[in-house]
Structures are given as structure tokens and as C-alpha cells.
Design a binder for this molecule. Structure first.
Ligand SMILES: Nc1ncnc2c1ncn2[C@@H]1O[C@H](COP(=O)(O)OP(=O)(O)O)[C@@H](O)[C@H]1O
Ligand SMILES: [Mg+2]
Length: 282
């Protein structure tokens, strides 16, 4: 399990490591212009993936394709082991309900309160029937996780950019999904707020043991995912041992193509000029 002490890592059994997401040679084009080309990768339960790349490199297109919001021109996509490449929208509902998503810019509903925003994914779960008080409790718990339980009655416009992003994290995790996807969680935030957001993402990853995918332009975000784990006793991030983060993979996108895929160590050792530039530039 990513980000957990090696004592727990040793207890991993093979049956838990089922496949969460797989791309096989996926290409997506808009009006004949490829946005992503020949992308292949796989992520298993408990692993995490960081997709680095500058603006327009195809990161959001990969995420939307992962949950069937975009359809491949060629190649195949498997979500929780099921081929969703040509699956109809209505038949994707149950699989999508198992994924928590933080969309770019947080994407909260302006006219709904924070409580209503965070309860939205719960209302959409057919299998999860909660009473109103259970729903309230889960929303409160999820907001407490990001230290915003006092904002239930507020509207998004009353919160700062960093707080809105934290609400987005609470909403993405409120159903305790097996897979959580964060699209550019730190974009537009100052460096300190950005680091706080990443700390919350690592905390969600490690306490809930959720399979986590983040896409980002900020090299530092990947480094936080790769070098820290959340410690329950200290209630803070601490330096991770290599075993703690053995399940972390990094990818680098450039102009719709995957130019790197590997571990943190492999990324640091890469001699590819583009990757080295990307690594040093941030
Ligand atoms: N709905 C769309 N229609 C046309 N082009 C799109 C659409 N979505 C994305 N693109 C193009 O695909 C490329 C990758 O976009 P995107 O995945 O959003 O990049 P980013 O890495 O910044 O998230 C860009 O050139 C973008 O203009
Ligand atoms: Mg994007």
C-alpha cells in the first residue's frame, strides 16, 4: 500500500492488488488533431499515479477518458477491470460512482451551500442509501478531514480559493471511493496553500488507502506525493521510506505524448533533456 509503513506493506496480499485503471494505446483527437497519442499505462489498487505536464499536454483529456467522458479514437480503456471503451453513458453510472473526482478549478456549484456541494456525490449513489442525518454526518466528517466543518452553511463565494479547493477534496472523498482523481489541485494557488492542499491529498491517500491519481503542472506536487506519507500519531506528513511509496508511479506528458513513465528514482535519473528541463524548471 502506497504511503504506509512497511509493516503494513508486508501484509498486502495479491488479491487486493486488482486493476483499477488501464489505458491500451489510447488516442483521442478533436477535429483530426490528436490531443493524446498512443497512451498506455496501468494502475492497480493501492498504487498512486502522478501525471506531470505543461498546459495543453493532454492531462485533463486523460482524466476525462478514464471515466468515459471522452471516447478513444483508437485503443482501449479499462476501469475496475471492465472495458469501458464503447460503453454507453447510462451503463457507466455505477462504475463512475466508484470514482471521486476533483475537477480543474474545483468546480463547485455557486448556488449551493458547502454542505449541499459536498453531499452531491452521495445523492448520486444508487447503492448507498443514507438517511438525511447519516448524510449530514458523512458530509461533516468529510469536511472535518479538510478542517472546514464550520463552513457547512456558507456558499463557495464566501470562501478563499484554497478553501474552495479543500471543499473539492472533501466532495471527491465523501463516498470513500476506491479511486480518487485530482485534476490540477494546486493550480492558481500560492505555494504555501498549494503545499497544504497536497498534504491533504496525501492524508486522504494514506488514511483511506485510496488509489490516487493527480495531474499537475507543478513538479513539487509530485515530489510531495513521492517523498511523504501521513503519520497517524503525529497527525502530520513525515518523510516516507522507499517502501512506503513503492506504489507510486510518475508520468510526464509532452504535446499529447507520454515521454516518461517510472518511479521517482527513475525520474530523477532521467537524462532525457525535456524531462530534466521539466524537473529543474519547477
Ligand atoms: N473539448 C475539446 N475540444 C477541442 N480540443 C480540446 C478539447 N479538450 C482538449 N482539447 C485540446 O487537447 C489538448 C490537451 O488538452 P488538455 O488535456 O485540457 O490539456 P492539459 O494538460 O492542460 O489538461 C489541448 O491542445 C486542447 O486544446
Ligand atoms: Mg487540464
Amino acid at each position: 500500500m502506497t504511503g504506509h509503513p512497511s509493516t503494513q506493506t508486508a501484509h498486502r496480499d495479491a488479491s487486493q492488488e486488482y486493476e483499477i485503471l488501464r489505458f491500451e494505446h489510447v488516442t483521442i483527437a478533436f477535429d483530426g488533431d490528436p490531443a493524446i497519442q498512443d497512451i498506455s499505462f496501468q494502475i492497480r489498487h493501492g498504487e498512486s499515479l502522478v501525471i506531470l505536464g505543461s498546459a495543453g499536454s493532454g492531462k485533463t483529456v486523460i482524466l476525462k477518458t478514464s471515466i468515459g467522458l471522452l471516447r478513444p479514437e483508437s485503443g482501449r480503456v479499462f476501469l475496475f477491470g471492465e472495458d469501458i471503451t464503447h460503453r454507453k453513458e447510462l451503463d457507466l453510472f455505477d462504475l463512475r460512482a466508484r470514482v471521486g473526482m476533483l475537477f480543474q478549478e474545483g468546480a463547485l456549484f455557486d448556488s449551493l451551500t458547502i454542505e449541499e456541494n459536498v453531499s452531491y456525490p452521495l445523492l448520486n449513489q444508487k447503492t448507498l442509501r443514507c438517511t438525511e442525518s447519516e448524510m449530514h454526518n458523512r458530509v461533516e466528517e468529510s469536511l472535518r478531514f479538510v478542517e472546514l466543518e464550520h463552513t457547512l452553511e456558507k456558499f463557495p463565494s464566501e470562501l478563499s480559493g484554497g478553501m474552495r479547493r479543500r471543499v473539492g477534496i472533501a466532495r471527491a472523498n465523501v463516498t470513500k471511493p476506491e479511486l480518487v482523481i485530482y485534476d490540477s489541485p494546486t493550480a492558481g494557488l500560492d505555494p504555501i496553500t498549494a503545499n497544504n492542499i497536497m498534504a491533504l491529498i496525501v492524508k486522504e491517500r494514506d488514511l483511506r488507502r485510496a488509489t490516487t491519481i493527480i495531474v499537475t503542472q507543478r513538479f513539487q506536487d509530485g515530489q510531495i506525493m513521492a517523498k511523504y506519507r501521513y503519520d497517524r500519531e503525529q497527525q502530520n506528513l513525515v518523510a516516507a521510506s522507499p517502501a512506503d511509496v513503492a506504489g507510486l508511479r510518475l508520468m510526464v506528458m509532452k504535446d499529447g505524448r507520454l515521454v516518461f513513465q517510472g518511479t521517482q528514482q527513475e525520474l530523477e535519473q532521467s537524462r532525457d533533456p525535456y524531462i530534466s528541463k521539466f524537473v529543474l524548471r519547477h
